[in-house]
Design a protein around this ligand. Structure first.
Ligand SMILES: NC(=O)c1ccc[n+]([C@@H]2O[C@H](COP(=O)([O-])OP(=O)(O)OC[C@H]3O[C@@H](n4cnc5c(N)ncnc54)[C@H](O)[C@@H]3O)[C@@H](O)[C@H]2O)c1
Length: 254
């Protein structure tokens, strides 16, 4: 018996097989879950990557900035699953001007895009899935520790601080539906999203050295395992929480 035996999951954010969401989907299937993916943009690419999973899942389109996609999400997921026990938000994006040391000059329009896709969408996705979560369940999002101002992360750091707050408010409002809302704060991982951050190398150079447990920049499995655990039956009374999967860096002074 896997820890997600019989669970029905919606996993967003698969872009390549280096995506954190790819590891989540793979391990979830290995642990007994039925998975549906959402894809953004190049759907054919996501479908090709999905074929590398143990059981290639259906891929449905979701641009979190598209209200029609969100409004129809429950119906479209409902064509494949009769309900949802877990939802994974593994979505982030910020225009280039938001990142890399340009903090004081970033225009609001670009910040607004970053917040819409990386922060507000956590709420949009959870609410869009609500009709399928009548028996309760778990929503998990991917975070990067927002308690500090990091080099180069800039407005994405602000977006993640908002995500952390958003998770707490969602936990407050969805608790009565039996839905737990938690975040996994991962250390730096070499994904497409990370490669688009100018100066990401600074994290790559320092993190493995600072982490008491060490840190593998190419291994998305530890973060994925935490997502699975939070969607399993083994965190029944935990909500509004942030689980750090960063080799321990958050606990250590600079
Ligand atoms: N890579 C890291 O170092 C790291 C560390 C901590 C947290 N995270 C977070 O993990 C999550 C997943 O990122 P990743 O590192 O696996 O990179 P990734 O590039 O593989 O995934 C990012 C995903 O966001 C999706 N996306 C972007 N705009 C979208 C939109 N409008 N609608 C729907 N989806 C959209 C992309 O299609 C992609 O699948 C993000 O929230 C990211 O901030 C990443």
């Amino acid at each position: 018996m896997g820890i997600l035996e019989g669970k029905r999951l919606l996993v967003t954010g698969v872009l390549t097989d280096a995506s954190i969401a790819f590891s989540v989907a793979k391990l979830a299937q290995e642990e007994g879950a039925t998975v549906v993916l959402t894809g953004y943009g190049r759907l054919s690419l996501v479908e090709r990557i999905a074929k590398r999973l143990p059981e290639p899942p259906p891929v449905i389109e979701l641009d979190v900035q598209d209200t029609a996609h969100l409004d129809s999400l429950a119906d479209r997921v409902g064509e494949h699953l009769d309900g949802l026990d877990g939802v994974v938000h593994s979505i982030g994006f910020a225009p280039q001007s938001c990142l890399g040391g340009n903090f004081l000059n970033t225009p609001w329009e670009d910040v607004a895009t970053a917040l819409h896709i990386s922060t507000y969408s956590f709420k949009s996705l959870a609410v869009a899935c609500l009709p399928l979560m009548k028996e309760g369940g778990a929503v998990v999002g991917l975070d990067f520790d927002a308690t500090k101002a990091w080099p180069v992360y800039d407005w994405m750091g602000v977006a993640k601080a908002g995500l952390e707050s958003c998770a707490r408010y969602l936990a407050r409002d969805l608790g009565k539906h039996g839905i737990r809302v938690n975040l996994v704060a991962a250390g730096p991982l070499r994904t497409m999203a990370a490669k688009s951050i100018p100066g990401f190398q600074e994290f790559e150079d320092s993190w493995p050295e600072k982490a008491p447990l060490g840190w593998d920049l190419a291994d998305t499995v530890p973060a994925a395992k935490a997502c699975l655990a939070l969607m399993s039956d083994w965190f029944p009374a935990t909500t509004g929480e942030i689980v750090h999967v960063d080799g321990g860096v958050h606990a250590i002074g600079a």
